[in-house]
Design a protein around this ligand. Structure first.
Ligand SMILES: *[C@@H]1O[C@H](CO)[C@@H](O)[C@H](O)[C@H]1NC(C)=O
Length: 239
């Protein structure tokens, strides 16, 4: 079968060679280096996914509509932006502060089938390139955080999202509660196929992955994204 991945490699290589001709020599040789390091292993992708979850803090939380919310859209997927943090007490697991008034939480009561889609957000002043940047979808169930862990959960959450202090349980709002997303499946898109890993990552591989603190491999991937987005921009200009 001619897979999407194969197509993407072909597409990327075609772009590479087309652009190499249009570029001065030093930049072209830099690009051909990035061809040689194409494709993270699943283990590397797991580390990058862990980094992405740790560094982002904002995602799209998704559930399945229940008829009691709106019968016309029963069974439809519903998604809405929400804050989360990488749980300080349980690294890799999203920790969320959610109100029972939210449609997602109402839906989860009858059907606890949750997805949280996270994408790399551009740093301040950075343009970003959503099609080329990594994203991950975590699927699982919302589980209330046990009482003994709630104090630390609060510290962890507010450290990442200081404004959340206004809606902490006990801050005057009574409807917010702590939840973990208990991850069951992970789908990771590193960027363009052929250049990056695209696929499922086993949950234990994700939890066992090293958080990629050594900058070199992260930078390497980011440089690749950079060069690919440059190619895409040029391609668009010449098209
Ligand atoms: C919708 O929610 C109601 C009330 O919680 C529940 O009884 C019902 O089974 C739910 N429907 C589905 C399809 O999950």
């Amino acid at each position: 079968m001619l897979s999407l991945r194969t197509l993407a490699v072909t597409f990327s290589l075609a772009l590479l060679s087309a652009t190499a001709m249009a570029l001065p020599a030093p930049a072209a040789s830099c690009h051909s280096e990035s061809v040689q390091v194409m494709g993270e292993t699943r283990e590397q992708a797991a580390g990058l996914a862990r980094n992405l979850v740790k560094n982002t803090g904002v995602g799209t939380l998704m559930t399945i509509m229940n008829a009691s919310q709106k019968s016309a859209v029963e069974g439809y997927p519903f998604g809405s932006m929400d804050y989360y943090v990488d749980d300080c007490q349980d690294g890799g697991k999203p920790l969320m502060l959610l109100s029972h008034l939210q449609i997602n939480v109402q839906n989860a009561r009858s059907s606890n089938h949750i997805s949280l889609a996270i994408r790399k957000l551009p740093a301040e002043g950075e343009h970003g390139n959503p099609m080329v940047d990594p994203r991950v979808t975590l699927m699982g169930r919302l589980v209330p955080v046990e009482e003994a862990k709630q104090k630390k959960a609060e510290e962890c959450f507010v450290a990442k999202h200081p404004e959340a202090k206004w809606w902490l349980p006990g801050a005057g709002f009574h409807d917010f509660k702590w939840y973990n997303l208990d991850i069951e499946e992970i789908y990771y898109i590193g960027g363009f196929g052929g250049i990056h890993y695209i696929g499922w990552i086993p949950v234990d591989t994700y939890y066992n992955a090293h958080l990629n603190n050594d900058k070199s491999s992260r930078e390497m991937v980011e440089e690749e994204s950079e060069s690919l987005s440059l190619m895409l921009r040029q391609q668009t200009m010449f098209a």
